[in-house]
Write a protein that binds this ligand. Structure first.
Ligand code: 4AD
Ligand code: MG
Length: 446
């Protein structure tokens, strides 16, 4: 007997196979029993005829509830009406574990709170299955792109003594009191010390590239964002990339190449998933280099012609991003934001020192910011000055300043939010469905 995954049954037409999975759906006429089986790889229909199977199998079929786990034996046949082109003639069925109750997620519409409360089960439904597969494809595309472009995976810490992106959104926790810190001794040994959950591995990645040249990290980051929007999670997955000897323009080229690669790989590998998600793929097929470029000042001017009352030196809000991205069919680089609204580490534009050599990358169709990046300040004295302006304690950042002390080089990097990119690829309204177990300001369970 061949045991196989549903996705591979096409190789066994006319043969008997064993499948193992969960009863996704079923109906019976009393004589014929139609079972929809899913096993993680795909879904298939198995058709049992009462006349052809043992009484034991028929009784087992009649007893099952949705999402019971079962082992199925049947003969594979081609069927042009089946979505996959194949079906099984059922020979027998064995229940592995009968669902103990009616499955709580039915075919009727449930509200988002009910579904999120049952996230551990909701993950089994078709759309959620498809989303996780698209997410996985984006992760793989990212690793492949970076490895093909001489970047090395470099794991940055999650427990940190300082903040990367400002202190307002920092998760703080107590850390051991006997922590021993570096020789500069910025932490006394008796005081209870504090640790912070990382908001981005960027600063550590900057240390990494002085060894490796080009590096990226990929992992969970944490932001105590008070905002309850469709784009914000308190725990999300960020990919940070950093490269030595790359300046502002080169930084954007790397981002453009990465996004084109992700879109390409999702279209090449996830057609079925996108169909399950009812994603119109035309807007994704239109994504090509070169992307649109505009400076922050040009974006402000454009927004004003579109009816916004945004001020010259204001950061772009989510609504502004949505309006802008609806004007183009490609992603938009917004460059050179006012220094006042951006982080301390960004290098100033030598021609216009009130602005920085940064970019956000906005995804089309109203999705907005998916990447934030910049060239980094590489001069010791200038960086020190910026840190003082931002009222940062210097001691805990001395290691970061050291990178400018010993062989500083021009360098740049960026970070993407995996859930934002997944939502865009899948065409989802809210990013909470893109991560297996979303953490929001009002949700920590399951
Ligand atoms: O723009 P951000 O804050 O940039 C940084 O953290 C830099 N240190 C990255 C770097 O240069 N290495 O965050 C990067 C991206 C955003 O563009 C957005 O896609 C995502 O992370 N992001 C969030 N995603 C979900 N929920 C949140 N609360 C997010 N905050 C940022
Ligand atoms: Mg940002």
């Amino acid at each position: 007997m061949i045991t196989t995954l549903i996705k591979s049954i096409g190789q066994y037409v006319g043969q008997e196979v064993q499948l193992q999975g969960w009863a996704y759906n079923f109906r019976s006429s009393g004589k014929i029993f139609f079972l929809q089986l899913r096993d993680g790889s795909a879904r298939v229909q198995i058709v049992y005829s009462k006349a052809d199977v043992s009484e034991e199998t028929w009784n087992a079929l009649e007893s099952i509830r949705l999402e019971s786990s079962v082992r199925v034996f049947g003969r594979v046949k081609e069927d042009s009406r089946a979505p996959s082109g194949f079906e099984l003639d059922g020979l027998s069925l064995e229940v592995i574990s009968l669902a103990m109750d009616e499955y709580p997620i039915g075919k009727k519409d449930h509200g988002p709170d009910f579904l999120l409360d049952n996230r551990h089960l909701w993950l089994r439904s078709d759309k959620q299955w498809a989303i996780q597969r698209v997410r996985d494809t984006i992760i793989t595309a990212t690793y492949n792109y970076f490895h093909e472009n001489d970047f090395v995976k470099f794991d940055t810490p999650i427990l940190t003594p300082t903040s990367c992106e400002g202190t307002t959104e920092l998760f703080e926790m107590d850390y051991f009191s006997d922590v021993t810190n570096n020789e500069s001794g910025y932490e006394s040994t008796n005081k209870k010390s504090k640790a912070y959950l990382s908001q981005s591995g960027q600063l550590y990645l900057e240390a990494g590239i002085m060894s490796l040249g080009r590096a990226f990290d990929f992992g969970p980051v944490f932001r105590a964002e008070k905002s309850k929007t469709r784009r914000h999670l308190t725990e999300f997955w960020m990919m940070d990339a950093e490269a030595a000897f790359v300046e502002h323009q080169g930084n954007m080229q790397i981002q453009e190449g990465l996004i084109c690669r992700i879109v390409h790989d999702v279209l090449a590998n996830c057609q079925h998933e996108l169909k399950v998600l009812e994603r119109d793929t035309k807007p994704l097929e239109a994504i090509q280099a070169p992307f649109v470029h505009m400076t922050h000042q040009e974006a402000i001017a454009k927004l004003r012609t579109l009816g916004s009352d945004i001020g010259d030196m204001d950061d772009l809000g989510a609504d502004d991003e949505t309006i802008l991205t609806q004007q183009f069919d490609r992603p938009i680089f917004i460059e050179k934001y006012p220094a006042a609204v951006k982080a301390f580490y960004m290098k100033r534009d030598p021609e216009h020192p009130e602005f920085v050599l940064n970019n956000d990358l906005l995804a089309p169709e109203g999705y907005g910011e998916i990447i934030g990046g910049s060239q980094r300040e590489d001069d010791y004295e200038t960086l020190l000055e910026r840190m003082l302006e931002h009222n940062l304690a210097i001691e805990p950042f001395q290691w970061y300043l050291d990178l400018r002390k010993y062989g500083s080089v021009p360098h740049s990097g960026f970070g993407y939010g995996l859930e934002r990119i997944t939502a865009w690829m899948c065409g989802l309204q809210h990013i909470r469905e893109t991560i297996p177990f979303p953490r929001l300001i009002n949700r920590l369970t399951p």
